[in-house]
Ligand binder design. Structure first.
Ligand code: NIG
Ligand code: FE
Length: 409
């Protein structure tokens, strides 16, 4: 057992069933001041005010007036990739757009070539380092996609690396198969054949080897059409994989409607979003997931978070950690951007990064809040004057200690 004492503020506390937050409820973030937290076998078993703290003869840890947050739930990353793409970063400074670079065979195809030429061992090493880094940034549950393989062998290689990361770390990991991330050069004039390869060869192996929880498609003009997206979502569904879909990064083309119609768990990006799409989301359980560090990095405009929330919808926030549009897995920066650039309040942003992120990975029963019976994944901050100090002090590392399954890392 472990007793955490003298917590200045214990954030996102629920006596039972923290709800997924939408609309005005996104401002609701319960906090207990001057609190304790009791953990046993990796699970939260009690919490409350210090005046009610049980007098136990167990290991104790004094927080010295820091805040305690449930770990971030980062529901969208591409953390398994090879190398980096800073040349494209410089190309954009010199005037090319992200889409132009992709059309010239840079972008995702550039990362795929690098990954295909990287050994599984080396890919694991690079990815493990990134995972360790994001854990230190406070992330306690993470979704990781394939999608930089684009051949049967390389897609499986990524998913095996994700599997190995699970075995080597206490962080909770959900895996997503994203064979439909880009059309490889060899299939440029024969898209159908690549889609058949995904559906007839990659998917069955991925499912047979139990390597993925979800299926994803990059539904966009530079990637896959709505019809192709639907075809792949349906093939995944047939084999038991629910969808999480990249859509509306650059164009409104029906990706949201198609995703909602096929019960996608989440639709991710939404830098562009029209009223019809908002209406469509209102009649669904699909989580809008926003990734503001992508438009920050490629200098695009931000998703209309305010409009989404004011239309009584939920929002999840995630990093999109990847080598092309977001070479960063820092959730606290995403939260600052959400506040500064999308006018979300600190409470809304923290809900989006905890319980709603958990929901976008179907982990809301075990993660995303301080609740009896949930996993003891949380972090302790340096002393802070208030909750808003966290997004306010962007770039500063306020996280002092990280715990996963009750163990200090
Ligand atoms: O979510 N948009 C598609 N995929 C990634 C970036 C891919 C890349 O540029 O490598 C994203 O932004
Ligand atoms: Fe992405």
């Amino acid at each position: 057992m472990l007793l955490i004492r003298n917590i200045h503020s214990l954030v996102q506390t629920y006596s039972s069933h923290c709800p997924v937050k939408k609309g005005s409820a996104m401002s609701h973030l319960p906090i207990i001041n001057n609190a304790f937290l009791l953990i046993d076998k990796g699970i939260i078993i009690d919490f409350g005010e210090m005046k009610d703290c049980p007098n136990l003869n167990v290991k104790t840890h004094d927080v010295e007036h820091g805040f305690v947050f449930p770990s971030w739930c980062d529901s969208h990353t591409h953390l398994v990739f090879a190398g980096s793409r800073e040349k494209e970063f410089v190309d954009r400074i010199n005037g090319l757009t992200y889409e132009e670079i992709a059309q010239r065979g840079g972008g995702i195809l550039n990362s795929a070539k690098k990954l295909q030429n990287t050994s599984e061992e080396e890919l694991f090493e690079q990815s493990y380092q990134r995972l360790e880094e994001v854990i230190q940034y406070g992330t306690g549950a993470i979704e990781i996609k394939s999608g930089y393989g684009l051949t049967l062998e390389s897609e499986l290689k990524i998913l095996r690396v994700i599997q190995r990361l699970k075995e080597h770390s206490d962080i909770t990991i959900r895996a997503t198969f994203l064979g439909a991330h880009a059309i490889p050069k060899e299939y440029k004039n024969n898209r159908k054949e690549y889609i058949n390869l995904i559906i007839d060869q990659m998917l069955p192996e991925v499912v047979e080897k139990n390597l993925a929880n979800y299926i994803d498609v990059f539904c966009e003009k530079v990637a896959f059409s709505v019809e192709e997206t639907v075809q792949i979502i349906k093939a995944g569904a047939k084999l038991g994989l629910k969808a999480k879909i990249h859509t509306n990064q650059f164009n409104c083309m029906g990706g949201i409607q198609a995703s909602v119609e096929h019960d996608a768990i989440s639709v991710d990006h939404l830098e562009v979003l029209n009223d019809e799409e908002i209406k469509c989301l209102q009649n669904s359980d699909t989580m809008p997931c926003l990734l503001p560090s992508a438009p920050f990095f490629i200098n695009d405009h931000y998703p209309p978070a305010r409009k989404i929330i004011d239309n009584n919808l939920p929002v999840a926030l995630a990093t999109d950690f990847n080598p092309g549009s977001t070479p960063s897995g820092k959730m606290s920066f995403v939260i600052s951007l959400a506040c500064i650039k999308m006018k979300m309040t600190p409470e809304e942003a923290i809900n989006a990064a905890t319980i709603n992120g958990a929901k976008a990975m179907e982990l809301e029963k075990t993660h995303g809040s301080i609740e009896k019976g949930k996993k003891a994944n949380f972090f302790i901050t340096k002393p802070m004057s208030s909750l808003a100090y966290l997004p306010y002090s962007f770039g500063t590392n306020l996280i002092k200690e990280v715990f996963l399954e009750g163990k200090k890392l």
